[in-house]
Ligand binder design. Structure first.
Ligand code: G3D
Length: 225
């Protein structure tokens, strides 16, 4: 009877845990994304004010429950000297969320280099990657004359206003030579605003689908050795 009840309890309440790394250059919006995710998915979570978040130095950890899956996020610092620590976490991770600051065209090639290094790491072979083109609210706010969110991947509605944010096609073009290195794995580029929360739920739900599906795939090479 005890076994039956404990089995039932586990079936109903136990979560399958997955480790997901949040990577990207400093100031991309990783911590804001983590806080926004916790606020959106965890009932009663009273997070810090998103506008008061400062850049990640070291490591932030957070947990988000989506159905029967529990995502354990590791938000790693993106400063150049901290990037060398990223690969210490690769072996344990089930998914990667790579955050790009879409308003920072100047650092796009630096971000691409960090992405390329990450994606070619053997320890991450087959791991799903969600690329978040963050801070899309900046473009939309400017381009819609302050009327708020108007849709995905929008181009300026008022062409005479300066475009302050890279679009998804811009980012895909800049990262195009990474395409062959991504290999056979789930990879999605998604527009997002960690600050307003647009795109956050969709991104996380996509990641959950991928990590759950991956568990049923044959183990990665690194697991066999
Ligand atoms: P990091 O953890 O990647 O280093 P943070 O980045 O989450 O600390 O964010 C860095 C800065 O970007 C913060 O501003 C934060 O408010 C801002 N930011 C993060 N996401 C968004 C977004 O979606 N839209 C906009 N407009 N800003 C965002 P400050 O001013 O504190 O440096």
């Amino acid at each position: 009877m005890y076994t039956l009840l404990s089995g039932l309890y586990k079936y109903m309440f136990q979560k399958d845990e997955y480790c997901v790394l949040i990577l990207g250059l400093d100031n991309a919006g990783k911590t804001t994304f983590l806080e926004q995710s916790k606020t959106r998915f965890n009932k009663n979570y009273k997070g810090m004010s998103l506008s008061k978040i400062t850049t990640t130095v070291g490591l932030n950890i957070g947990t988000v429950d989506v159905g029967k899956a529990r995502l354990m996020f590791w938000d790693l610092g993106g400063q150049e000297e901290l990037q060398s620590l990223w690969d210490k976490y690769y072996a344990e991770c089930h998914g990667v969320i790579y955050v790009i600051d879409s308003t920072d065209e100047e650092r796009l090639s630096e971000s691409k280099q960090a992405f390329e290094k990450m994606v070619t790491s053997e320890a991450l072979d087959g791991v799903p990657i969600l690329v978040l083109a963050n801070k899309q609210d900046v473009e939309l706010w400017n381009c819609s004359g302050g009327r708020g969110w108007t849709g995905w991947q929008a181009y300026p509605l008022w062409p005479h206003l300066p475009q302050t944010c890279l679009s998804i096609p811009d980012i895909k073009t800049a990262f195009s030579d990474c395409a062959s290195k991504i290999g056979r794995r789930d990879c999605l580029t998604q527009a997002c605003s960690a600050l307003t929360g647009k795109g956050v739920r969709e991104g996380i739900e996509w990641m959950v689908k991928c990590v759950v599906r991956n568990v049923h795939r044959p183990p990665r090479q690194r697991d066999i050795t």
